[in-house]
Each structure stands twice: as C-alpha cells, then as structure tokens.
Design a binder for this molecule. Sequence first.
Ligand SMILES: CC(C)(COP(=O)(O)OP(=O)(O)OC[C@H]1O[C@@H](n2cnc3c(N)ncnc32)[C@H](O)[C@@H]1OP(=O)(O)O)[C@@H](O)C(=O)NCCC(=O)NCCS
Length: 309
Amino acid sequence: MTRYSVHPATAADAASVAGLLSRQADRLETLDPRLRMPRSAAPGGLVAVSPSGAVAGHLRPMLVEIPSGDEVLSFAAPRTVHWQELVVADPEALNTLRLAAAVPDAAEGVLWPAVDSGASFVAVGLAAAFVFALRPPEPLEGGAAVAVRRARHGDTETLVALHEAEVGFHEPHTPYIRRVPGLEPAYRARLDRVWADGDPAAGSSVIHVAEADGQVVAMCESMLQIAPTTGAASRLPPGRYGYLNSVSVAAAHRGSGVGRSVVAAALSDLAAYGVDGYTLWFATGNPLARRVWPRLGFRPLWTQYERRF
Ligand SMILES: CC(C)(COP(=O)(O)OP(=O)(O)OC[C@H]1O[C@@H](n2cnc3c(N)ncnc32)[C@H](O)[C@@H]1OP(=O)(O)O)[C@@H](O)C(=O)NCCC(=O)NCCS
C-alpha cells in the first residue's frame, strides 16, 4: 500500500509543482551546466499527494505510438508512455505515479540527466537503454591514414550494407535495437535526397566514407540539428548541432582508427555550418560505442531509461 494518493494536476497544484521542478532544476543544472530542466509543468499531468495534503511529485504521461513499418521501431517500442516533467520526493511517490500513468502493453520511458543517479528508475523496473551525448565544437584529430570523401551515388549499395551492419551489430548485445523492415527503405530515401540536393541546411543528411585499398570500408551519416531558443526545456542548450545518425566501420577494419578518421572529417565539414557542438545517441549495451564515443570527446548528457514488455 502506498501512502500517496494521485489525482490529475489542477491549477491549484501548479505553484507547488513548479516549486518542486525549480528546486530539482537548480540542483541538476548545477551538477551539469549543459542541462536545461523544466521549471513548470504543461497541463495533463498527475500529482502525488501525501496524507498531509502536500504535493510530493508530478509526472505528465505522454503516450507515443509508432506506426508499423516505421524505421524508428528499430530502437523504440511500438507504444511507450514517456514521463515528462517528472519530479518526486521519494521512490514511493515515483512508483505511485508510474502505476497511475501506466497503459496496458505500453513500454515506459524517461529521459533523465546522465549526471544524476537513475537508481530510483532501476528500483521500479526500468533499465538504462540509451545515452544522448554531446561534444564541444573543437575539431577532432583523425586516426588511421585513410582516404575520406563525401559519398556518391555509386556507393549506394555499400552504404546500405554498412547501415544494416551498424544496426545488426547491436542485436546480440541489447534487446533495444533490432533490424526492422522499415530500416532500409528509410535509409535509401535519405540517400536519394543526398544524391538529389544534399543540402544539410535544408534537412538532408551528409554522408562521408573512408576507403582502404580503393574499397569503401566505413560510413558516417550526419545532419544538422537545431535546438530552440524559446519554449519548454530543450534537450540541448539553444544552438545548432552536428548530429551523427549512423556510424559504421566494416568489421575487419574496426579498432584501427578508421572510425576516428571518418568522424573527424564529418565534424570538420559540419563545422562549416557554424555548429555549437556535436551530438549522438548510443545504446548502453553496445560494447564498442560506450568505449569509443568518450575517446572521441562525446560526454553523456541524458540517459534514456526504459521498461519494455
Ligand atoms: C563504433 C565504431 C564506428 C568505431 O570505429 P572504429 O574504427 O572501430 O574506432 P577507432 O579504431 O577509430 O577507435 C576510436 C577510439 O576508440 C578506441 N576504441 C576502439 N575500439 C575499442 C575497444 N574495443 N575498446 C576500447 N577502446 C576502443 C580507440 O582506441 C580509439 O581511441 P583513441 O583514438 O583515442 O586512441 C566501429 O567500431 C563500428 O562500426 N562498430 C559497430 C557499429 C557501431 O557500434 N556503430 C556505432 C553505433 S553508436
């Protein structure tokens, strides 16, 4: 039995919730100044109330449903309740709110500052699944002496194979990533756009490849990402970022500096668009990614905790 009761948030709760969120934001933004935490809650949330009537927590559930055939299903559950504007006084308040927000057959997920302990999420059955990492805008020194160039139309089939290999590499290591039917068509559509206009400022991907002995052995797909200057808390400080969407080195060439070289070239080209930093996601279960990205200057900013069914 829980000590707490839960009710839909009303205007009467707004000041208490904002007070809790603001104190939490002060604490977390001090620990990691790159963070922008929410300081008030949008309508539609739930509050946990103690027997004395004090607000002890808030969570706004947001149900996200991914249509079948979407490439996003390679890493996201078909239905997930995302916990927004979460703040709790203790683990019991978290569990009470979680149960009230649960949707049958839907996963649960929360994006939480990497600098903070996720112990309370683990205690209620979630696990760290993904990390969103940020790198400052400084240039990256290359690794292996390989030829790196922009991809061209004739590289298409090699690129598709490298992208599929990147996703497939995760399968033995994590239940959160798998190859789905939508993966290849979506990547081919992005490649078609690259061959058609290729303007990253208009949303196109940028693709770099590395060659060894005249063969393409690595691929880096990147794009520009804009973080808003206004509105609700953003995942990133306001600005423009170079986002690495897919990086893949052929198995026989891994661990010899090829990845460093192709990423260094991508960062250098993205710098021409005036970026404030570079971002990427990686799966915590990927034994290479969690070692390689810190070596290339990417520092965890957020951790995505999930519970799947
Ligand atoms: C992740 C990947 C792109 C990295 O490319 P790579 O060519 O293997 O990496 P590099 O050899 O350039 O190594 C880059 C850095 O990571 C380090 N590193 C590489 N493999 C490592 C390992 N197994 N253990 C510890 N450190 C490692 C290197 O020492 C190097 O550090 P340094 O240059 O500062 O000395 C590549 O391994 C790959 O394609 N993996 C499978 C798919 C994948 O995981 N993609 C990324 C998904 S987010």
